[in-house]
Design a protein around this ligand. Structure first.
Ligand SMILES: [Zn+2]
Length: 297
């Protein structure tokens, strides 16, 4: 039996074609984070989509680093941040959070409205920091991400992202993307395919991608590898690697103590309550507590 690959990202290539892709499905990290929110499902769903997209993009990083996806919007969700930290193996930890207006009951308001999507890749000493900004196209994360890929890599990209509650009440998010690679003229195989044929192959692969149903992408009983085979069995599909997406947070008291060091004594007294300063991590909602007198001495 093929592994299901839940909480994994697979990279693949369509056999004999200049088309590569990735497919990912999230369960544990997603449920852990979404459990913190008491908002309507439609609002929580956007964080799920953003997290699965972040993990998929992050798993493409070749070096030890962090990929951060940041959304600012005039919709119900004002700010959304998700990041993925990897040691360069492609496996890593994803987390995320969002902030809304106090009142999110207004039904006419879109969840993600106009705004921007910013993606930052920080791979420390190994590569220059990269930052790409695109408009939040009509509140659609999928369209904005496709636009981002085109702007950053100049590669045509097709994407499907999906996030929904399952029958058992748990959440699942999944995404799949394909990219049309630039033609490598030195590759012998390519000499057999004309540009028209390549375009046809790309169009066909794109149509197949958009034919996937949400139920298939999110079906935790269906292996990601089997799903790829369902889509691309005609031409054949080769899976290269499976990387693991894990739960976790990088907040620490040491980091927060550095933040607090920027405040002067009066400011610290203002934010303290009964001699204790509580700082809550936006991502994992852990309360970190500091004694005021230890900070000002
Ligand atoms: Zn945390």
């Amino acid at each position: 039996m093929t592994p299901l690959y839940t909480d994994h990202c697979l990279s693949f290539q369509i056999d004999g074609q200049d088309i590569k892709g990735r497919i990912i499905r999230l369960d544990m990290p997603l449920n852990k984070i979404l459990a913190h929110y008491d908002h309507p499902d439609d609002v929580k769903r956007e964080l799920g989509k953003a997290m699965v997209l972040t993990a998929m993009l992050g798993s493409m990083m070749k070096f030890d680093g962090i990929l951060t996806l940041q959304i600012s919007s005039d919709g119900i969700i004002k700010t959304l941040i998700s990041d993925f930290a990897t040691d360069g193996s492609g496996s890593g930890v994803v987390r995320g959070y969002y902030r809304t207006d106090d009142d999110i009951k207004s039904p006419e308001m879109s969840i993600l409205g106009q705004g921007q999507l910013m993606i930052t890749m920080d791979q420390g000493q190994y590569m220059d920091r990269y930052q790409g900004i695109v408009k939040l196209e009509g509140g659609s994360l999928k369209k904005s991400a496709e636009e981002y890929f085109y702007a950053s890599e100049q590669l045509p990209t097709k994407l499907m992202i999906s996030c929904d509650k399952q029958r058992d009440g748990s959440w699942c998010a999944a995404a799949i993307m394909i990219q049309h690679l630039a033609r490598n003229t030195t590759d012998e195989k390519d000499s057999e395919t004309t540009e028209d044929q390549q375009q046809d192959q790309w169009n066909h692969a794109s149509i197949m991608l958009s034919s996937i149903k949400n139920e298939e992408l999110l079906n935790k009983e269906l292996s990601l590898q089997d799903l790829l085979f369902r889509l691309y069995h005609e031409s054949g599909v080769r899976v290269f690697s499976a990387t693991e997406i894990m739960v976790g947070c990088r907040c620490s008291e040491d980091k927060l103590r550095t933040v607090l060091a920027n405040f002067d004594t009066e400011e610290l007294k203002d934010i303290a309550k009964d001699g204790i300063i509580t700082m809550t991590c936006d991502f994992c909602k852990t309360d970190h507590k500091f004694e005021l007198k230890k900070l000002i001495n």
